[in-house]
Design a protein around this ligand. Sequence first.
Ligand code: PMP
Length: 459
Amino acid sequence: MTYQNYSLKQLQAIDARHHLHPFTDHKELRDAGSRMIVRADGPYVYDSEGNQLLDGMAGLWCVAVGYGRKELAEVAYDQMLELPYYNSFFKCSTPTPVLLAQKLAELAPKSVNQVFFGSSGSESNDTALRLVRHFWALEGKPEKNIVISRRDAYHGSTVAGVSLGGMKHMHGQLGGAIPNIVHVMPPYAFELAEPGESDEAFGLRAAKAVEDAIIEAGPENVAAFIGEPVMGAGGVKIPPKIYWTEIQRICRKHDVLLMLDEVITGYGRTGEWFAAQTYGIEPDTITTAKALTSGYLPLSALLVGDRIAATLVDKGGEFYHGYTYSGHPVACAVGLKNLEIIEREGLVGRVRDDTGPYFEQQLKERISGHPLVGETRAIGLMGAIEIVRDKATRERFKPAGSAAVVIRDHAIANGLMLRATGDTMILSPPLIWTRETIDLACDRILKALDLALVDLQGR
Ligand code: PMP
């Protein structure tokens, strides 16, 4: 039975009766009804009413190669018929995760050569946390188990993901983060830089907050530092250039592992395969998911550096951890084909050399002058627009976050899927966007801003 047999109203009623959504106020959803997205093609999604929307969020940061890729469907179909599932426990393997792991080792920074598969970013961050603690235990230093993270970080929605993340409201609903995770300031210059503080000085200060936390906890007790190279869900917070090299220096100095969460930035978004390469660092773990399959099937990969991998092999002993779907044959087949498409179409280089710089420039030239905009910023195809009530003082509208949703609703009504997080509009389009698509998105953003300006008059 297909959805076409149902009217939108019927589907919304069934949705409200039976379907609990992620990160949703269910009372609000019941009152408003959900927007039913029913098909997609290239950079566009279509709702049940036939409205076409340019997808400024690539689904949820994931649909790198755009929608409607027959090759991905075909490879999944073939793999399902040949071997839909087998596990990778008990000394078993299947071919596609083996080949995908090899491919990932080829693309990753040179000291990163092992892969542990899961089905989501959250799961892989659970794996990462377990793995770094296991590593230090194998090294005979089990007391080295504190992980330093940042406020406003997003590392997923499982218990470990929420705890590693720095979102207070999420910790609250968990009944508190799990122990031995410490959160420090994020490198968010727009709100946290002192007046007149240079980008470099701010970057060094934000990195020093990490070193202060390591020293306060005692380096002998600190396992790792974890961070998103560019904080995504927290509002596309792009750190000053110096931040990551300084973080790497600090981690090495105190023998603290460096964990990157590249669930959003992995597979080309910042104009290199991994943001580790954009920032020139060699992390010990890299969590990836999303664009690994362009979201066509759930798959995540924790990329593991040589230091940790060597200890696992040298010391031996079982790592009591794994998922039924670790190395899922069909998801891995789709991952391989997806990476082949990204490579064949040169999407990473295009983001680095052409669409990324153009995107940043267009946001600056066309959007940043708008009266509601305090700043635009972008790296690769990942961008943010800060919404302010007063351009000069950067005062925000009250209550917090209320203006951005007005703009988002106008953007959607005018054909652009855009996300609001707090007072920041965020964009993370498919990597297939061209200069023309960027121009069209900017037209629609400007229209949404102009309409919102009228709505927000006097507020
Ligand atoms: N880490 C980061 C940086 C993310 O952005 C996300 C999801 N947006 C996750 C982890 C969690 O991934 P998932 O939703 O696949 O569990």
